[in-house]
Design a protein around this ligand. Structure first.
Ligand SMILES: Nc1ncnc2c1ncn2[C@@H]1O[C@H](COP(=O)(O)OP(=O)(O)OP(=O)(O)O)[C@@H](O)[C@H]1O
Ligand SMILES: O=P(O)(O)OC[C@@]1(O)O[C@H](CO)[C@@H](O)[C@@H]1O
Length: 308
């Protein structure tokens, strides 16, 4: 079973506008509301391909109820800890080929809620083979929270895939997760330097792997991704597609990596699933969605180039 963690979920509101006008009224007829937050996007994509997946995290208020209803309607297994605060909304405005996002900070978590989550996590961990942890940490949880979750997963020999940024990522790396997936911008932030080309990416992933992360994947948007494991580097590139809504493509990539690793596939094959899910998601209007029948034919078209 793949266990997905969403500690700061959201109702994602996606608005499609021909033009975003500033300092005036914009009216929108094309609105999609989704049970979101990065980990729930991962979950939904895994459900699209009928993977054995369970979603957990922290949810509260009417917004939390809406998310649970959506998960029930999609027959997605979930086991969230209920909190006193209200789960947040996040806005993504698609306009003139751009993606403008406004993300609420979300509710604050108290000590009792954090402890309740840890107990639930330990119980679910026993049933999982792969764990994905995605997104920002809500207020109230220490920045070392993912680090703690990784340590617990490692004690039980579970593969932990961490997709976050900033201090939560830096501290998480100290616990040696199985996989991290920064994009180019996040990589530059962790390394504290500009990442201009493939050589910079390669030098950075080597440094990161020396810190004890087993598998480093750097996602490169429409150019695919670079993977580094056991001293081997490879770039996987998807064929060109018409992108409609790339929101959640990084999350879909995590879903594909988890899907491949859960099935015991090689890191290269798992990355091909990652790119397949990421790219197919970008071609859909819905966030965190792929069409199952497109997966295998698309995966066969992904080119992998070994760098060293
Ligand atoms: N515009 C696009 N066209 C085609 N494929 C895309 C596009 N954007 C993303 N992808 C696919 O999704 C994967 C992950 O995307 P990206 O590198 O943008 O991750 P990310 O920055 O974490 O994404 P996000 O935070 O928007 O979910 C890419 O490796 C690629 O396969
Ligand atoms: O605030 P976070 O947790 O970093 O990001 C939240 C978020 O922007 O990420 C997803 C897209 O990847 C959206 O579904 C969601 O709203």
């Amino acid at each position: 079973m793949i266990l997905t963690l969403t500690l700061n979920p959201a109702i994602d509101m996606s608005y499609q506008l021909d033009e975003l006008k500033i300092d005036t009224v914009n009216r929108c007829d094309r609105v999609i509301k989704t049970a979101g937050g990065k980990g729930l996007n991962v979950t939904r994509v895994l459900k699209c391909v009928s993977a054995d997946v369970c979603a957990t995290g922290l949810l509260g208020g009417k917004t939390g109820e809406f998310i649970e209803q959506q998960l029930d309607q999609s027959s997605i297994r979930h086991d969230f800890v209920h909190i006193k605060g209200n789960t947040r909304h996040c806005l993504a405005i698609m306009h003139e080929g751009n993606q403008t996002e406004i993300l609420e900070g979300g509710p604050a978590i108290d000590e009792e809620e954090a402890e309740a989550f840890l107990q639930e996590y330990d119980r679910l961990l026993d049933q999982a083979s792969v764990v994905t942890a995605s997104g920002s940490l809500p207020k109230g949880l220490p920045k070392s929270f993912y680090q703690k979750l990784i340590e617990r997963a490692k004690e039980k020999n579970k593969k932990f895939l961490l997709d976050t940024s900033g201090e939560a990522l830096e501290l998480g790396i100290k616990a040696h997760p199985y996989l991290i997936k920064p994009n180019q911008e996040e990589l530059a932030a962790i390394m504290g330097k500009e990442i201009k080309d493939e050589a910079d990416v390669l030098a950075s992933v080597k440094k990161l792997s020396e810190t004890g992360v087993t598998y480093v994947v750097v996602s490169l948007g429409k150019d695919g991704a670079l993977g580094y494991i056991d001293g081997r580097a490879f770039i996987a590139k998807p064929p060109k597609v018409h992108a409609v809504n790339p929101v959640g493509s990084g999350d879909s990539m995590i879903a594909g990596l988890a899907y491949g690793l859960d099935r015991g596939l090689s890191p290269e094959e798992a990355l091909k699933y990652g790119i397949t899910f990421g790219t197919l998601n970008a071609t859909e209007e819905k966030t965190g969605y792929v069409q199952a029948d497109q997966v295998e034919p698309f995966k066969d078209r992904i080119a992998v180039r070994v760098l060293e």
